[in-house]
Design a binder for this molecule. Sequence first.
Ligand code: ADP
Ligand code: MG
Length: 281
Amino acid sequence: MAFIKLKNITYTYPLAKEPALRNMSCELERGKFYGVIGENAGGKTTFCNLLRGLIPHFYRGELEGEMTIDGQEIRNIDVDILSTQIGYIFQNPFTQISGVKKTVFEEIALGMENLGVPKEEIIQQVIEIAELVKIEDLLQKDPNQLSGGQRQKVAFASIIAMDTDVFVIDEPTSQLDPQGTESIFEIIDKLKKQAKTIILVEHKIDLVAEYADELIVIGQGEILAKGDVHQVLSDFSLQTRGVMFPQAALLSKALSEKGFDFPNIPVTKSECIQMLKERMR
Ligand SMILES: Nc1ncnc2c1ncn2[C@@H]1O[C@H](COP(=O)(O)OP(=O)(O)O)[C@@H](O)[C@H]1O
Ligand SMILES: [Mg+2]
């Protein structure tokens, strides 16, 4: 059974002239990794706000259509309970930091504290997660003194500390260098192997294509495409709708225009190399 279901969802922010989401219908399953891509201002963050119940519980405006999470109508869901089931990393790392804690250590511990996790366990968890996210050196720092990239890592650590079944992650690497980005993807991959459900908004398409199971393409408030990564990235017409394609797919397209056909569209470097090797034989 689908875990999250949207049926004809249209949502308009308060005072906005146009809906930010238009007639969206889709189903998300547990245990899958969904990459959400698409043009700027297309509605990706709004979609995340909906998945986390912030629409309609925090953002008022007008919501039409039906949506359920785990069988419960979104309008009737208790958002505090939902926050213990769905972890959300906001796009802006500056809104994520609580502002009430003096050290990064306490900041990461905050969610567990609220859940009543025993102190010993909290300490051990924070240390483990800090190692995983490679922020051991930040633990005693003031969260308000961090750079954007450091905040992003701390926000990420805080949310995985909550150990929810579902993670909605909105552009977690926008402030990170390639190395930091790679390590975030490695951690997301670990979460995936623990059968977590992941919904990740991310522009770095080469990495998304490598790790995600499915892609959801959002543009002008609509779902333009949804499906298996290979299936979605075989449709090059999406290029005209603001979708970036992986290098491997673009290379195969350029080569097939020169008469060098691929059996199907490669989306990662290693797939591309494999296909080229087979072709050369
Ligand atoms: N709080 C808000 N109030 C009014 N309009 C908003 C708000 N947040 C976003 N929007 C509008 O909704 C549309 C979708 O935005 P957003 O979901 O942030 O897109 P994306 O994350 O894909 O860049 C945009 O036109 C944006 O201006
Ligand atoms: Mg956004």
